[in-house]
Design a protein around this ligand. Structure first.
Ligand code: C5P
Length: 228
């Protein structure tokens, strides 16, 4: 069984508002996407890494030059994250077997490390329903659904991270069959809709998703620390 990484990097990063896609923001002087890709290039478990960018992306060739070993850029990004991933999975068909595992990881999570990749593969690498990194909720959770305010016990609640890892054929089927794919915010939810339970593997705060300008400093702090 082989493990492949698929990195959707075709977003525009509107909430970051920097005038270019946030995956190219410099973190410690290096573009965010390059940090993200390096976690997989440095992992001995990953057979190959595929990066999905939008067809008109004008930045990627500088960040991931064509002669960089172990990574292939796919210019098949779509209007939504799920569309980008579905398009990428279709292009992977000749290279990836039905039972090979695909680790889908957001370009916007540059704090990933080879150690976290290794932990996910060690704990869920052969799970038929796949698995994902996630963090236990530490805050008390309030809900305003239904008008008033209620409290949801945090016990048993997790925040999903990526990578999210599934058998190739299962992930393709889950995303192709999802009734409203663009309403789905992570790959695991599509698999759950098939009645399966992906395994949760405890991740790390350093694997945060860089979304708002304030996240840049936090990501740089983690990137300057030893690998976790
Ligand atoms: O915008 P957000 O941070 O939720 O995006 C998550 C990931 O999905 C990012 O790595 C982004 O580049 C990617 N994405 C994509 N295609 C889109 C929208 C987002 O590949 N159309």
């Amino acid at each position: 069984m082989n493990y492949f990484a698929l990195i959707p990097a075709a977003g525009v990063g509107a909430r970051m508002a920097v005038g270019y896609p946030k995956q190219y923001l410099p973190l410690l002087g290096r573009p965010m996407l390059r940090h993200t890709v390096e976690a997989f290039l440095r992992s001995p478990l990953i057979a190959h890494t595929y990066v999905v960018v939008s067809p008109e992306d004008g930045y990627v060739a500088d960040v991931l030059p064509p002669d960089l070993a172990g990574v292939t850029v796919l210019r098949c990004g779509g209007a939504t994250r799920m569309e980008s991933i579905r398009n990428g999975l279709r292009l992977l068909a000749p290279m990836v077997g039905a039972d090979d595992r695909v680790l889908v990881h957001d370009a916007a999570r540059p704090g990933l490390t080879p150690a976290l990749v290794g932990k996910l593969v060690a704990e869920a690498g052969t799970e038929p329903a796949g698995g994902l990194l996630a963090l236990p909720v530490v805050d008390t959770v309030k809900s305003t659904r239904g008008g008033g305010v209620t409290t949801t016990p945090r016990d048993g609640l997790w925040l999903a991270q990526t990578p999210q890892m599934f058998p190739y054929a299962l992930l393709r089927r889950a995303l192709e069959e999802a009734p409203d794919p663009d309403a789905i915010t992570d790959d695991a939810s599509a698999v759950e809709l098939l009645g399966l339970s992906p395994r949760l593997v405890e991740g790390h705060p350093r694997n945060l998703k860089v979304t708002l300008p304030a996240d840049i400093r936090i990501a740089e702090m983690y990137l300057s620390m030893e690998s976790t």
